[in-house]
Ligand binder design. Structure first.
Ligand code: MUC
Ligand code: MG
Length: 369
């Protein structure tokens, strides 16, 4: 039986300002869900977003309020037998709230997998990868600093795929910055950009042409998420891969985007998809339509990062790797042991459930609400 569901907000400083076109992050607010069961089992989920309401329509405060006020009472009263029934109940009675639902599903699957003594990925069909390649995002806003940061990451064996956040400056300045980084790092290093919806279609036509010429591998969400026709036209116009991120909101919407080939690649995020099984479904839908996959992040801490990793480990093919570096952007982690990043990859834990132990003392020290 579920005994309690608690939602906690933690404020953790980032290792440096992280500049996106939508916000500059100096801290990250982790939204954690802690479920306790009457047999003594405990489990965790996470529903972190980026920049309050700058990125997505659920803020940390709203996620906490909606879990505490609506979702937790519903589950405590119904006591569903398994995660599938719990999620069906939530999808019936709770409109929207994809991030909150993802956190709850993570915690319920963590518990279910722990009870069965298997890694969480087994409940999604099983992992076909033991480790996942992890990109790093360069977003200091300074070209020299970004190059130095990338060189350090390559030397340390941490990352050899880099995503640059652009869209804040003029197209010409942004392109100059990206191509300077690409030139400094050389042809063996993958450099990509994420515009986070900042360009008009005409700006995208100009910017992408120059980026493609300069050897950039991937263009992420160059135009507004709602302007799917522009995204499709860019896909048709350019050879360089165009990726949908903010436009991918869950299985139904992924089906429509995939069927019409509105993007060459989907960034899948468990929160945006409304949960882990939905994210698995988004991946399957994309694969059926010949759309390539990329394992996205909402810059979560260790819990959300590992939950994502369990989903992505079940995808037969992840042509563009993942960006599951969230915990590495934070000055503090909340685990008893840090996540295993080695040889440019995140190694998947083999222990039951998510496979990590949350350090409650650290959680309560960082808690703000
Ligand atoms: C996004 O839009 O992809 C992922 C990496 C990063 O720095 O920001 C996120 C969000
Ligand atoms: Mg993105």
């Amino acid at each position: 039986m579920i005994k309690s569901i608690e939602t906690l907000l933690l404020e953790v400083p980032t290792i440096r300002p992280h500049k996106l076109s939508v916000t500059t992050m100096n801290t990250q607010t982790l939204v954690l869900v802690h479920i306790m069961f009457s047999d003594g089992l405990e489990s965790w989920g996470e529903a972190t977003t980026i920049g309050g309401l700058n990125y997505a329509e659920e803020s940390p405060a709203a996620i906490k309020t909606n879990i505490d006020t609506y979702i937790a009472p519903l589950l405590l009263q119904a006591q569903p037998q398994n995660t599938a029934r719990a999620m069906q109940l939530l999808h019936t009675h709770i409109k929207g709230n994809r991030f909150a639902k993802s956190a709850i599903e993570t915690a319920l699957l963590d518990a279910q997998a722990k009870r069965l003594g298997t890694p969480l990925s087994e409940l999604l069909g099983g992992a076909v990868h033991d480790a996942l390649p992890v990109a790093w995002t360069l977003a200091s806003g300074q070209t020299d600093q970004d190059i130095a940061e990338a060189e350090h990451m390559i030397g340390a064996g941490r990352h050899r795929i880099f995503k640059l956040k652009i869209g804040l400056n003029s197209v010409a300045d942004d392109v100059r910055h990206v191509l300077a980084v690409k030139q400094a790092l050389g042809s063996s290093i993958s450099v990509r950009v994420d515009v986070n919806q900042a360009w008009t279609e005409l700006e995208a036509m100009r910017g992408i042409a120059m980026l493609e010429d300069g050897g950039i591998d991937l263009i992420e969400q160059p135009v507004a998420a709602g302007n799917r026709n522009a995204l499709k036209r860019l896909c048709e116009h350019f050879n360089v891969a165009i990726m949908a991120d903010e436009a991918v909101l869950g299985p139904q919407n992924a089906f429509e985007l995939a069927a019409g080939h509105y993007a060459d690649v989907f960034a899948v995020k468990i929160n945006q998809a409304g949960g882990l099984r939905n994210a698995a479904l988004v991946g399957q839908t994309a694969a059926l339509a010949g759309i390539e996959l990329y394992g996205g992040t909402m810059l979560e801490g260790a819990v959300g990062t590992l939950a994502s990793a369990h989903v992505f480990s079940t995808y037969p093919e992840l042509a563009f790797g993942t960006e599951l570096f969230g915990p590495l952007l934070l000055t503090e982690d909340i685990m008893t042991e840090p996540l295993p990043y080695r040889d440019f990859m995140l190694q998947l834990p083999k222990k039951p459930g998510l496979g990590i132990e949350v350090d409650k003392e650290k959680v309560y020290r960082l808690r703000t609400a």
